[in-house]
Design a protein around this ligand. Structure first.
Ligand SMILES: [Zn+2]
Length: 194
């Protein structure tokens, strides 16, 4: 996997994920919805990024969905990094969550991507620590005990410690000052080429 592969995957993934969310909220035809879920399933492995919906889909479900829909936007890809892990290359994309604050993208989810049998798939979901916002320091100046300096908190999928990145590409620089500190940290850990 190269950084370009990861970028191509990320761009395709954010659209597919958004389409799957729209289908979950709006598709009245259960067979079409299930087909869509299977299609999106090719992007993930051991994680459930969109979630299912219940069996009792009455009119109130769709009315509620209709109101929720404007909250969702495709994720914005902020930072891509490539890591070598256990002899394999693993990609990581830091992306903002689906949100209406598209003009103020923040680091929110960290999605880890791996080549599984010839296809890139998201294998882990991490979320930025909500106590220190990834800075490792709490609001009162004390070290963050929630993430214990890890900056990110595990959500689901494969759990493992990331080695330092071999490569990085910043697609969007976050405007938030705390996010900038996180980005500076990531940049400072990139292995130097010899
Ligand atoms: Zn923390």
């Amino acid at each position: 996997m190269t950084l370009d592969d990861l970028k191509a995957f990320a761009e395709e993934f954010v659209v597919a994920e958004y389409e799957a969310i729209v289908q979950k909220l709006m598709e009245r035809d259960e067979r079409k919805y299930k087909r869509g879920r299977r299609k999106f399933g090719r992007y993930e492995y051991g994680v459930d990024l969109v979630g299912g919906r219940g069996w009792d889909l009455d009119e109130s479900y769709f009315e509620c969905s209709q109101r929720q829909l404007p909250q969702y936007k495709p994720r914005k890809i902020l930072v891509l990094t490539l890591h070598k892990w256990k002899g394999e290359r693993i990609g990581v994309m830091w992306v903002s969550s689906t949100s209406h604050k598209e003009d103020d993208p923040r680091l929110f989810h960290q999605l880890r991507v791996k080549n599984i049998e010839g296809r890139l798939r998201v294998i882990s979901l991490y979320v930025i620590c909500v106590t220190c916002f990834g800075t490792t320091v709490r609001g009162d100046g004390k070290p963050c005990e929630d993430c214990r300096g890890a900056r990110w908190v595990f959500r689901e999928g494969e759990r493992f410690r990331l080695p330092a990145p071999d490569q990085i590409e910043v697609l969007h620089t976050p405007t938030d000052p705390k996010n900038r500190l996180v980005l500076e940290h990531i940049q400072s850990t990139v292995k130097r080429k010899r």
